[in-house]
Write a protein that binds this ligand. Structure first.
Ligand code: MBD
Ligand code: FE
Length: 308
């Protein structure tokens, strides 16, 4: 791309060169997107007469964000990750594609390759004194037919809102498991009832949220990837009903269809069947998968993830 130096302003000339528009090399899509973003930043600097001090504060903030590895956390907190869901939903609606269980954000705390088992697993390492959770459900297709061989990849926080790996005080893969469904499409796990998450109080994400008068809390939730050959990959979460932050999630992930009602089980026969032998909390959640339109639909989106 070339620019006419006679007709362009000093800023336009600067941006054209800084974004590589005048270069024959480089990636064209990246060039135009960078040009848009940098132009928007310059407009903002002008519109609000940003001071040098404010500018360097912002630059330093990016360094802090990187140092603490919180860029993905901030993307969730600013609603950008949720916006990607809004766009995906809109595209499906426009295309008239059938939808199953609704999607919601993955968040920044997934760890790949959690232990895989058939039908059932215990997720907690037994070190925490906590309310026992029996989580179960079924994976079906849109006709209600069980999906056998689906992998339900589950991860959630402990009673302090911490996730193993990111919280180094927990054992490896604590509260992270993959369950493969059998012929009836069902999965079941024994775990502990998670508590809501709060952003690190001394971190840059919380710093920004506080500066705009927001909190950094999430309601108690459980994450899922549900996948099976021939079906569209599902990234979702469920919320446990009753949490004070249910509709005040700093990451905007709550959806009406994704709220589960925790049930107190006091029936000793049920507890015995589950080898729990004490009152506990049951959570039921079924998933509906829709047919994949192509192979790429079957996989989760590409994104940098922890591979333990
Ligand atoms: C979480 O547990 C989470 O799910 C998201 C989206 C952001 C921060 C912590
Ligand atoms: Fe989470």
């Amino acid at each position: 791309m070339t620019v006419n130096p006679v007709k362009t302003s000093e800023l336009e000339k600067l941006l054209a060169i800084s974004c590589g528009l005048v270069s024959q090399q480089g990636n064209e899509r990246l060039k135009v997107i960078l040009h848009q973003v940098l132009g928007d930043i310059c407009q903002t600097i002008k519109k609000y007469d940003i001071t040098d001090e404010e500018f360097w504060l912002a630059v330093n903030y990016l360094n802090e964000l990187g140092e603490r590895k919180e860029a993905a956390l901030l993307a969730a907190g600013l609603g950008l990750e949720h916006y990607l869901d809004i766009r995906a939903d809109e595209k499906e609606a426009a295309a008239g594609i059938e939808v199953g269980t609704p999607r919601t954000i993955e968040g920044p705390l997934y760890v790949a390759n959690a232990p895989l088992s058939q039908n059932y697993a215990r997720m907690d390492d037994g070190t925490e004194q906590a309310e026992i959770m029996w989580l179960q459900g079924k994976v079906t297709d849109s006709n209600g037919k069980p999906v056998a061989g689906a992998v339900v990849d589950i991860w959630h926080a402990n009673t302090l809102g911490g996730y193993s790996f990111f919280d180094q005080s927990q054992s490896q893969y604590n509260l992270r498991r993959r369950i493969q469904t059998g012929a009836d499409g069902s999965y079941a796990v024994r775990s502990i009832v998670p508590c809501g998450y709060g952003c690190p109080p001394d971190g840059p994400t919380q710093k920004l949220l506080t500066a705009v008068g927001r909190h950094g809390n999430r309601p108690a939730h459980i994450h899922f990837f549900v996948s099976a050959p021939g079906y569209k990959h599902l990234t979702t979460q469920i919320n446990l009903n009753g949490d004070a932050y249910l509709w005040d999630d700093f990451a905007f992930a709550t959806r009406e269809e994704l709220i589960a009602d925790p049930l107190k089980i006091t029936d000793t026969h049920i507890a015995e069947q589950r080898k729990i032998n004490q009152p506990h909390t049951e959570v039921n959640f079924d998933f509906t998968l829709v047919a994949a339109s192509d192979n790429s639909d079957e996989a989760k989106i590409k994104r940098m993830r922890v591979m333990e």
